[in-house]
Design a binder for this molecule. Structure first.
Ligand code: M6R
Length: 611
């Protein structure tokens, strides 16, 4: 949450920062701002999206070679000009941007108020900044030392970046719990929440670790820990092209990412799945196979869409590997006192690899001796680094706030892991193993076929866009797909939608059904097919409008449905990778038809780095 960008070097800082903020806007978009240093320190900020900041700065003096910028997702204080970042310290000499939450800000604020500090905003950021200023002035120490002293007292998560009017050739940044990447150019440095604002200029990057301080000049990068010891920066080469983070002719990133799925699934399988030799190669699994196959229990820990992937994986792992699986919301797991045994394996599933709740959940489990296996999309992210082992999903950058391609890639990776463990444990027959490898192999082509439904689904979206509520139902492997379909609709179109296990419906939600309620059934051909047909009948009998995702060749459900979306036949274990795609398109087109900004739905941010 919140995107930060900074630049120091020979270029004009403002255009670099502005472009970077636009790339990071998916992380938060309720207000934005820049601080530019050219002799004096100028801070400009504005409620609303980055475009509004840009417009407000037309004609203003934005000339500078050092600057910081921020796009905000509000935590402390409503979205407004005065709560927008950067904040300026009381004496006006320091400017700071912050991503994260300072949990003990109230206590620090009281201390500062007693010393006469008056606050202009409601933010925890301004408190931390003035705390730093106070130490800087009263201890008569340099800013770097003041930051170090301040951070030792801070409880919470942060990336902070500071500009100091007295030291125009230096930017100071620090990280704990929120992501921070440094781009190393020739005689220039960039800083950002992720690499997207940087790759246009350099592919050499340094990922800053927790409790590290970066002191940047145009031609020098010094990394230190909070104990003031120097750390040698580990410079990595980014494997990312600019095209991957641009819309490439699509109206929205979400649509581009939905349409990328044949490729992302293929990329996820590439080099791993070998159908002709009936093998799966995954070093992270192979090197830790004893841990995985001897697991007494697997716990999937995740949030949101990734949690839905975990739910599907529960069905897959239990069926193939015969290991008991639990699926936990990271946000609940971290605050409970869960019973964890040495033989437990925790799967941390996350697109961003930076979700605060998931990070803390796995840190707690790791402390108690669990083995952590990360299933993560963003290479080098915090979850990837904390995990004992893992497998990347290789879906490429996902920028649309609604997760689409990352979800299908998670399903592919989790299924391959389960197949590999099952093979090692001998809990799967050779015939079924080979069959499922083939099913995975065929998935990209089947997804291509489903995407041909786009125009038809756009028409359906027009028909259903004015619904007030919607119910999504599924059974077995398709039950979590129903949850995911409902989540997509909610977050993009703001229509209230509930996902439910189809058979549970009669224990309550069926009371909602009337002739106005669209009920979306995820009802592809599987071992529950006859049962779900009965559930459809139950809805029909109460005049609900049935919209069904069905398999090719199904002759029964079309007769019971108002509308259908037909996907190719597939094994029930692979079906969720296919049946979710019409639901992604349905949500997308309804959101667009209602005139919403589907890439930046209200109140949301792409990576939830606060608890
Ligand atoms: O980056 P993560 O996969 O850890 O993110 C988890 C959720 O925040 C995320 O899936 C969220 O629910 C999406 N907006 C869903 O589309």
């Amino acid at each position: 949450m919140c995107g930060i960008v900074a630049y120091i070097g020979p270029r004009e800082a403002y255009p670099v920062i502005l472009k970077g903020l636009k790339r990071l806007e998916y992380r938060g978009y309720d207000s934005s701002g820049v601080a530019l240093l050219n002799g004096d320190l100028r801070v400009y900020k504005k409620k609303g999206k980055v475009n509004e900041l840009e417009e407000s700065l037309i004609g203003k003096d934005v000339h500078a070679h050092a600057g910081i910028g921020h796009t905000r997702w509000a935590t402390h204080g409503e979205p407004s000009d005065r709560n927008a970042h950067p904040h300026q310290s009381a004496n006006g000499k320091l400017a700071m941007i912050h991503n994260g939450i300072i949990e003990n800000y109230a206590q620090l604020k009281t201390e500062l108020q007693k010393k006469g500090y008056v606050f202009k905003s409601d933010t925890d950021t301004e408190v931390l900044l003035n705390f730093i200023e106070d130490i800087h002035e009263n201890n008569q120490c340099g800013l770097e030392e003041a930051v170090r002293i301040a951070l030792k007292r801070v409880v919470g998560a942060y990336v902070i970046v500071l500009l100091d009017a007295a030291n125009p050739d230096t930017i100071i940044a620090a990280r704990k719990g929120s992501p921070l990447v440094i781009g190393v150019g020739k005689g220039e440095h960039f800083l950002a929440s992720d690499a997207s604002p940087i790759i246009e200029y350099t592919k050499e990057v340094v990922y800053v670790n927790d409790y590290e301080l970066a002191i940047l000049k145009a031609d020098e990068l010094v990394l230190k820990n909070l104990g003031n010891e120097k750390i040698t920066p580990f410079v990595q080469k980014l494997d990312l092209e600019l095209a991957a983070i641009e819309k490439g002719g699509y109206d929205h990133f979400m649509l581009k990412e939905i349409f990328e799925q044949p490729d992302t699934i293929f990329d996820c399988l590439r080099g791993r799945l070998d159908v002709s030799n009936a093998t799966i190669t995954m070093a992270g699994v192979q090197n830790n196979i004893e841990h995985l196959k001897l697991a007494n229990r697997i716990i999937m820990v995740a949030c949101g869409t990734s949690w839905h992937a975990g739910l599907i994986a529960e069905y897959v792992f239990e069926e193939l590997c015969r290991i008991p699986v639990e699926v936990e919301y990271a946000s609940e797991f971290r605050y409970r006192n869960p019973v964890i045994h040495k033989g437990d394996v925790i799967f941390a599933i996350s697109q961003s690899g930076e979700t605060a709740d998931t990070i803390v959940a796995i840190e707690r489990a790791k402390e108690q001796g669990a083995f952590i296996f990360g299933v993560v999309n963003v290479v080098g992210s915090s979850i990837a680094r904390i995990s004992n082992a893992g497998a990347y999903t290789h879906a490429g950058p996902e920028i649309g706030v609604a997760s689409t391609k990352a979800f299908t890639a998670q399903l592919v990776v989790l299924t391959m892991i389960a197949l590999k463990i099952a093979k090692e444990k001998n809990t799967i027959s050779e015939e079924r193993y080979v069959h499922l490898l083939n099913e995975l192999h065929e998935a990209p082509e089947k997804v291509k076929e489903i995407l041909l439904l786009n125009d038809k689904i756009q028409e359906l979206a027009e028909k259903y866009k004015d619904a007030k509520d919607a119910l999504y139902l599924g059974r077995g492997y398709n039950f979590p797909v129903a949850l995911e379909g409902a989540l997509k609709l909610k977050e993009i179109s703001y229509i209230h939608a509930e996902g439910y296990a189809a058979a549970e419906m009669k224990h309550g939600p069926i009371a909602l059904v009337d002739e106005n309620l669209p009920v979306v059934f995820v009802a592809t051909k599987d071992s529950y097919h006859e049962k779900i047909i009965s559930n459809i009948q139950e809805i029909k009998a109460r005049k609900g409008k049935v919209v069904a995702v069905i398999s090719e060749g199904d002759e029964t459900i079309p007769q019971l449905s108002e509308d259908i979306m037909v996907v190719p036949q597939a094994d029930e274990l692979v079906a969720p990778m296919l049946s979710v795609i019409p639901l992604q398109l349905f949500a997308y087109h309804i959101g667009v038809a209602k005139g919403y900004d589907v890439d930046k739905p209200r109140n949301l941010a792409k990576s939830v780095t606060v608890e």
